[in-house]
Design a protein around this ligand. Structure first.
Ligand code: UTP
Length: 291
């Protein structure tokens, strides 16, 4: 019988060098898009896909991320005292069930694959989702829920994919594609950051995955790949042929919030998607564009 998807790993141990100095004392994943930090979008998206247990892979200087999911007693008491009912309701709505978030520490950022391996005890023998919080997806059905649906149908590994310009394949994990069935493509190979002339396609993996626990055994070999890092893509590639492996051309728009331009674009797109903000934002944007 297919094991249900209930776990998610959130790797947040990166250095966030592209956002210095903002990320000097604050984790990148606490950067807000409109009024919510990136990490909260990831957790909300995963919960909407039925995920109940979370493991954050953290590093030095990441305590704000852990505090964010704690109950802020003093703040709540002050809000209650001042009759700030809306703000209080908002905090309570976002509260996590006790014990649903655990953390492990990646002492040295040796790569995404190494970060996932650090969560091996949490993963155990269960399938799990990975969400990289700096990738945001705006769409009607949350991206992880779309992946979960494919997992429920195939019982195998699933990664969210999107097309990238050929000249940018050296920034991403790229798919070698087999049979195509609508938005679902069979993965026959995976290469991390290939040069454009060597890339097997222009379909790149974005920061959303559903993986079988077997990936941990491959990660345990600690083989170094592109950039001398332990690459998740390389460990995933070793599962091809042993279990179903699909790429999903997900519905929605992805924003790379680890990149300055992607982050700014996300602010615009997410504020325009908010009925309370859209009219004003549209108005001031018009002024900037026309001036
Ligand atoms: P990035 O490639 O965006 O790296 O990592 P980064 O350090 O966060 O940011 P820059 O490039 O220096 O600006 C992708 C994801 O993998 C996690 C990051 O936290 C991010 O969610 N990661 C990466 C780790 O958890 N550990 C690592 O060793 C590397």
């Amino acid at each position: 019988m297919l094991k249900p998807l209930r776990k998610a790993v959130l790797p947040v141990a990166g250095l966030g060098t592209r956002f210095l100095p903002a990320t000097k004392a604050m984790p990148k994943e606490m950067l807000p898009v409109v009024d919510k930090p990136l990490i909260q979008y990831a957790v909300d998206e995963a919960r909407a896909a039925g995920i109940e247990q979370f493991c954050m892979v953290t590093g030095r200087g990441k305590t704000a991320l852990i505090d964010h999911f704690d109950i802020a007693f003093e703040l709540e008491a002050t809000l209650a005292e001042r009759g700030k009912r809306e703000a209080l309701a908002l905090l309570r709505e976002e509260a996590m069930p006790p014990g649903s978030i655990s953390t492990v520490r990646q002492q040295v950022p040796l790569g995404l694959g190494h970060a996932i391996w650090c969560a091996r005890t949490f993963i155990g023998d269960d399938p799990f989702a990975i969400l990289l919080p700096d990738d945001l997806v705006l769409g009607e059905v949350p991206c992880t829920a779309q992946l979960a649906q494919v997992y429920n149908e195939t019982g195998g590994n699933v990664v969210a994919v999107s097309q990238v310009p050929r000249e940018q394949t050296n920034r991403y994990g790229i798919l070698k594609v087999g049979a195509v069935d609508g938005v679902r493509v069979e993965v026959t190979g995976l290469v991390e950051k290939p040069a454009p002339e060597e890339a097997p396609s222009d379909l790149s993996i974005i920061g959303r995955y559903v993986l079988l626990p077997e990936v941990v055994a491959h990660l345990s070999q600690m083989e170094r790949g592109a950039g001398n890092e332990v690459q998740l893509t390389d460990a995933m590639a070793k599962m091809i042929g042993h279990a179903p492996f699909h790429g999903l051309k997900f519905q929605g728009r992805r924003f790379d919030c680890g990149d300055k331009v992607g982050f700014l674009e996300a602010q615009i797109a997410f504020s325009l998607a908010r009925p309370d903000l859209a009219p004003q934002v549209r108005e001031f944007l018009k002024n900037y564009v026309n001036s």
